[in-house]
Design a protein around this ligand. Structure first.
Ligand code: OGA
Ligand code: MN
Length: 215
């Protein structure tokens, strides 16, 4: 059996581009294959407690943790394992395909694993502020087998008027992709540990004459 076929996401680029064009966001119940999601989850379980960072607000330079706002732990993907390389290669292909269809000028992609222990949350926030970040498109990919409706941990999405638009369970292999500056969102506390990959496609503009630092 060809194992690559089991791992490679079968993204319908046209559907994703249309969703983004029409609504600014798109939900993919089966965004990546179960095979890839489980390989990434296995990769996560290789990480020792000291390989996770307490998540902060803001970028590296002004990174102060604020546990009233978010209580997840993160680990940046660098391509150090086969599963990470598979995911990053797929994301790069998605970047090129979306550039062809939407002319977004996406330049690179950065992403981290996020671990929300039971009770952890991330209050309502935007991933990017107009003119202050190079983050254009957010992706969140979920890595939780057998997630039940009553276990919490939903992603709540709001529109530009702050009206709730969706409530998404973090089920294995599902994904959501949205314009980083347009959609406030929040992560509700769950009753079990919840894993995701939060990622951002970025453009390459300098902001106020300074290149936006990665991470
Ligand atoms: C984030 C984020 C959402 C999620 O890391 O910025 O909003 O569902 N994550 O994990
Ligand atoms: Mn976010």
């Amino acid at each position: 059996m060809n194992t690559t076929a089991l791992l490679t996401p079968l993204w319908d680029y046209g559907l994703i581009a249309n969703g983004l064009r029409q609504h600014g966001w798109v939900h993919l119940p089966h965004g990546i294959t179960d095979g890839l999601a489980l390989a990434l989850l296995q990769d996560i379980h290789q990480h020792q407690p000291d390989q996770w960072d307490q998540a902060g607000i803001g970028r590296k330079q002004d990174n102060h943790t604020n546990d009233l706002i978010r209580r997840d732990s993160t680990h940046w993907l660098t391509g150090e394992t086969a599963a990470q390389r598979e995911y990053l290669a797929a994301a790069d292909e998605l970047r090129l395909e979306l550039n062809k269809r939407l002319l977004l000028g996406l330049w690179d992609y950065e992403c981290h694993y996020a671990r929300y222990d039971a009770g952890a949350f991330y209050r309502k926030h935007l991933d990017a502020f107009h003119g202050r970040s190079n983050r254009v498109l957010t992706t969140v990919t979920y890595l939780n087998p057998d997630w039940q409706d009553n276990q919490g941990g939903e992603l709540l999405m709001y529109d530009e008027q702050n009206q709730p638009v969706s409530r998404l369970l973090p089920t294995l292999g599902s994904m959501v992709i949205f314009l980083s500056e347009e959609f406030p969102h929040e992560v509700l506390a769950a009753e079990r540990t919840r894993f995701s990959i939060a990622g951002w496609f970025r453009n390459n503009n300098s902001i106020q004459n300074r290149i936006d630092p990665s991470q």
